[in-house]
Design a protein around this ligand. Structure first.
Ligand code: ATP
Ligand code: MN
Length: 478
């Protein structure tokens, strides 16, 4: 029976000498024909299993290779070796699955992250990815815990949609049409009437519009699901498939929205600090090692845990877009012509500008509000000045934009006019406009890119390393 198995994390924290236990896992290393370092993914800490010399058959010992899976039954004894308080004196060892050491790609040494991406199906078995994905799990759990405690309703918005929330391209089409024999209309266009849904459909880029519909009944909802963007930007911050958390709240204005977002971010970070101490310690050391390779002036001033502590214990800076542009225009970087992209009121801030504000100027997360209406989406609420909207982006050190949100335009006439101006088809969004026709209320919401949050908390440098199987341009392996 497998259920008698003890998890290694439990064993290391609560077993006492003399206990008879069964553990199962994968061999990390086997030294001196005697010491097995066994890992089952419950923690980065291996349990040491001691196979007393002479007690086990040579044929069995030969099969204890890196990557092999085994079942061990034995007695918990105090450990004299360093690094662990207890170990297991093996009574019985059973090989569950062999692993040919000549062919197994994961050797007990440091592999590059690039190489591990090519063997993403096995990289879970490394310490780094063990820690990253246990933290990813904790963050996801904390997201639900936070909103559940606040009485938000978890809404599942559709993955296949006929609308484009952003009013922009970058979408993946969903179709069952035969691409070699596309049905055509009389004027030669593809006839989507013959497609599965009788219309052209895409993978969702955001659940916001549907989320707003639900908020108009439940007051406070959130979504947490996959979103898809066919953006051909090969950066360390963009994926074609990523997970987004989108709360949407009736009776909230921009300030309520900012307060919620800040509280939320701090809550989920704190949860990880409380529940994944070992993993954070490991990643902090890992990052410190990496930083040592960098020139002095590029190293970050804080270690990973220190940075997280700083973020949960300090208020985020809050500035308007106009103030942000002024700071950039006054900056030494601007005066020395260090920015590649233009800085002036009205431009969309580029990542170099965001990073300057967050990493050089304020050295903490920054919430930028009230962006020019022209560079933001149609649904954002127009401010009194008639030229800015009640938008807010949260920028994080090392990441850039982590949250994008706004108070939504609840006034039907203003919204319709804006849609006309931006060419957003009102006929297709009749259901969205209905919320403004029937009991419209001030409301707000935001989207947090889950992988960007995982990046921030784990200190990893590339978004491909915080999602199990990344989807990026020209890459959909596994
Ligand atoms: P960016 O300017 O970084 O491309 P965006 O303005 O397109 O972001 P939004 O449309 O506001 O982003 O999406 C909300 C959040 O989703 C962002 O703040 C970010 O955290 C995340 N996000 C957006 N695009 C991606 C992507 N391609 N991969 C991973 N996360 C993303
Ligand atoms: Mn984008």
């Amino acid at each position: 029976m497998f259920n008698k198995r003890v998890k290694i994390s439990t064993l290391l924290t609560s077993a006492t000498a003399g206990d008879q236990v069964t553990v199962m896992g994968w061999v990390r290393t086997f030294r001196n024909n005697q010491f097995i370092a066994l890992n089952d993914g419950s923690t980065n800490n291996n349990i040491q299993v001691v196979a007393e010399l002479g007690k086990f058959d040579d044929n069995l010992l030969k099969r204890l290779t890196t990557g092999a899976s085994v079942k061990v039954t034995g007695e918990v004894v105090p450990s004299i070796g360093k690094g662990q308080s207890v170990e297991i004196k093996a009574g019985a060892i059973e090989i569950l699955g062999d692993s040919d050491p000549e062919k197994y790609p994961l050797q007990p040494k440091k592999h590059s992250l690039e190489f591990l991406r090519e063997i993403a199906h096995l990289r879970f078995r490394t310490n780094t990815f063990g820690s990253v994905f246990r933290i990813r799990h904790s963050l996801a759990f904390a997201v639900h815990k936070f909103f559940n405690e606040k009485g938000f309703v978890y809404m599942h918005t559709p993955v296949i949609t006929a609308s484009d929330a952003e009013g922009a391209g970058e979408m993946f089409r969903v179709t069952t049409l035969d691409l070699d024999k596309l049905p055509r209309t009389e004027d030669g266009a593809v006839n989507f009437k013959e497609d599965f849904f009788g219309r052209s459909t895409n993978l969702t880029v955001s659940g916001q519009l549907e989320g707003e519909l639900a908020a108009m009944a439940f007051s406070e909802i959130y979504t947490f699901g996959p979103t898809f963007r066919a953006e051909n930007s090969n950066t360390a911050r963009h994926l074609a498939e990523f997970w987004m958390i989108e709360p949407e709240m009736a009776f909230h204005d921009l300030e309520d929205n900012m307060n919620l977002a800040e509280e939320f971010i701090k809550y989920i970070i704190r949860y990880v600090m409380e529940h994944n101490a070992d993993d954070l310690t490991f990643l902090t050391q890992r990052l410190a090692e990496e930083e040592k390779q960098k020139p002095q002036n590029e190293r970050s001033e804080m270690g990973l845990i220190e940075k997280l502590e700083f973020v949960v214990n300090n208020a985020f800076e809050r500035i308007t877009y106009t103030e942000a542009i002024d700071i950039l225009l006054q900056s030494p970087a601007y005066k020395k012509k260090k920015f590649q992209y233009e800085v002036k009121w009205g431009v969309d801030m580029q990542s170099e500008h965001e990073r300057y504000l967050v990493e050089k100027h304020f050295k903490k997360p920054v919430i930028v509000t009230n962006y020019p209406a022209e560079i933001k989406s149609f649904y954002m609420r127009l401010n009194e000045d008639g030229k800015t909207v009640a938008a807010m982006d949260i920028l994080a050190p090392g990441i850039g934009e982590i949250v994008g949100g706004s108070q939504r335009e609840e006034r039907l006439d203003v919204l319709e006019e804006k849609m006309k101006k931006l060419g957003v088809p009102a006929e297709e969004l009749w259901w969205y406009l209905d919320t403004r026709r029937f009991g419209s209320v001030p409301h707000a919401g935001f989207g947090l890119g889950f992988e960007r949050m995982v990046l921030f908390v784990t200190g990893m440098g590339n978004i491909r390393d915080v999602i199990p199987f990344p989807r990026t341009p020209k890459n959909a392996e596994f």
